[in-house]
Write a protein that binds this ligand. Structure first.
Ligand code: ADP
Ligand code: ADP
Length: 228
């Protein structure tokens, strides 16, 4: 299994109160598949992403990615893991405003041991003609495609997308999802997508549903399996 999550728990303490953001969550993900993570606001989706992505620490349980236990890594190895294994895509794009499209993607490529060609990735995301523009000159859909280019150019095994279409209209959302599928097909990237949109969750190979910090459903998408 490419990703293995075992009895993962995370508690946030705020003064007198404790919030169990994740409560003994366990599952396994195969390499090269697309998964969506759904569930109401506050159910633990972002906390799960942050731990799998090495941005946050668990309180209990273990996470393995590519047979490496990331929950046992010190800060230095965890930052290497983030750099070498993970591409992040967020709802509000998180581009560097003072850099052009090309420079945004190049600066991400420079962080990687094994980057892809910047022009190739810009063309794949259909933003090559915008390469000398700054983020504020682009539509939301274009900005998100540049953000995906920044993730993809690192050539990561895993791409984590937290509500990637949450700020986009329907047509832009559809294009962003199609491009994520293209990345998955072309590079065999394992992709996890947090979404509130049920139509989006259906495009995945499987869907994980969280409720109050627990994994309450892990369902394969039968339509997709029968289409293969
Ligand atoms: P989701 O992404 O499903 O909306 P989150 O993982 O963001 O859920 O949050 C899960 C729970 O943990 C929520 O109750 C949230 O308020 C709480 N939480 C998340 N991050 C923090 C934090 N940094 N400090 C305190 N509580 C947090
Ligand atoms: P997308 O489908 O990627 O969201 P749109 O159809 O919204 O793209 O945008 C088409 C064109 O309009 C693009 O070339 C883009 O540069 C321009 N554009 C859209 N929104 C803005 C904006 N807020 N500021 C500047 N240019 C914009």
């Amino acid at each position: 299994m490419f990703v293995k999550v075992e009895n993962l728990s995370k508690v946030y303490r705020m003064g007198q109160n404790t919030i169990k953001a994740l409560d003994e969550v366990s599952f396994e993900l195969e390499k090269g598949k697309i998964y969506t993570v759904i569930g109401p606001s506050g159910s633990g989706k972002t906390t799960l992403f942050n731990i799998i992505g090495g941005l946050d620490r668990a309180d209990e349980g273990r996470v393995f990615v590519d047979s490496k236990e990331i929950t046992a890594m010190d800060q230095k190895r965890l930052s290497e893991y983030r750099r070498d294994y993970v591409g992040f895509v967020f709802q509000f794009f998180n581009l560097i405003n003072g850099l052009t499209v090309y420079e945004n993607v190049l600066s991400s490529a420079h962080l990687s041991k094994n980057p892809l060609d910047v022009d190739m990735v810009l063309k794949m995301m259909d933003v090559y003609s915008e390469k000398n523009k700054f983020p504020f000159e682009l539509s939301g859909g274009q900005q998100q495609r540049v953000a995906i280019a920044r993730a993809v150019v690192k050539n990561p095994a895993l791409i984590l997308c937290d509500e990637p279409t949450g700020a986009l209209d329907y047509d832009s959302s559809k294009l962003v999802l199609k491009l994520l599928e293209d990345v998955n097909k072309k590079f065999g990237t394992t992709i996890l997508i947090i979404t509130h949109n049920l139509a989006i969750s259906k495009m995945a190979d499987a869907t994980l549903r969280l409720r109050s910090g627990s994994l309450v459903e892990f369902s394969k998408n039968l339509q997709k399996i029968s289409a293969q």
